[in-house]
Ligand binder design. Structure first.
Ligand code: G3P
Length: 212
């Protein structure tokens, strides 16, 4: 399973650049980083060799394609995040013809993912946390999408997004989802277990008793 960081904060990416396979950003995350979008993207792409998703703001296909072409010039590993709308999927088709990779975002259902795959999206991002927040079953939606993609051998890859806790990561891995993107705080939590920390403390204490 590939691990992406869901952040636009360069310092968070730098800390885990040795581990992660890619990065996803969105307008909210870029606003939280508090720095100019293109400058941040350039720095992220220099740190990470894998895919770096950058989202368009336009709502019409023509505007999305224009923005995507401009963003794609920043680095070879830029993937364009496109919202799941009819205009978005028209843009996905055109960007595919231009050889620009797309990540269809704001996916909340299996039929939406099916449409994105049919239009040639390279990635789809189901938002499991937001689905759960609305009383749905985010991982159930991921399971449906994975099955549909398998049934038709769609090459589109699923990025499990809107991840809130390590349980989401485990559930995604259990389903065999190829990619999970997670916030810095969740990635940090994957490392920790109280028994690991207690175990280290105890070993160090016992080590003091070893004759030197
Ligand atoms: O990057 C998209 C997605 O991961 C957003 O997550 O926590 O804002 O629902 P969240």
């Amino acid at each position: 399973m590939q691990i992406y960081l869901d952040t636009a904060k360069v310092e968070e990416i730098r800390e885990f650049a040795w581990l992660i396979d890619g990065v996803t950003t969105n307008p909210t995350l870029v606003a939280q980083a508090g720095r100019p979008f293109r400058e941040v993207l350039r720095e992220i792409c220099a740190l990470v060799r894998g895919p770096v998703s950058a989202e368009v703001i336009s709502l019409d296909a023509e505007g999305m394609v224009r923005e995507a072409q401009e963003l794609a010039r920043i680095a070879d590993n830029i993937v364009i995040k496109i919202p799941l709308t009819p205009e978005g999927l028209k843009a996905v088709q055109r960007l595919k013809a231009l050889g620009i990779k797309t990540n269809v975002t704001l996916v909340f259902s299996a039929p939406q993912a099916l449409l994105a795959a049919k239009c040639g999206a390279d990635y789809v991002s189901p938002f499991v946390g937001r689905i759960d927040d609305h009383g749905g079953d985010g991982m159930g939606v991921v399971a449906e999408i994975l099955q549909i993609f398998r049934n038709y051998s769609f090459p589109t890859q699923v990025i499990v997004a809107s991840v809130r806790h390590p349980g989401h990561v485990v559930a995604a891995a259990t389903l065999g989802a190829p990619i999970v993107t997670m916030p810095y705080a969740v990635l940090q939590r994957l490392f920790h277990h109280p028994l690991t920390e207690q175990g280290i403390a105890r070993f160090l204490k016992d080590w003091e008793k070893v004759p030197r």
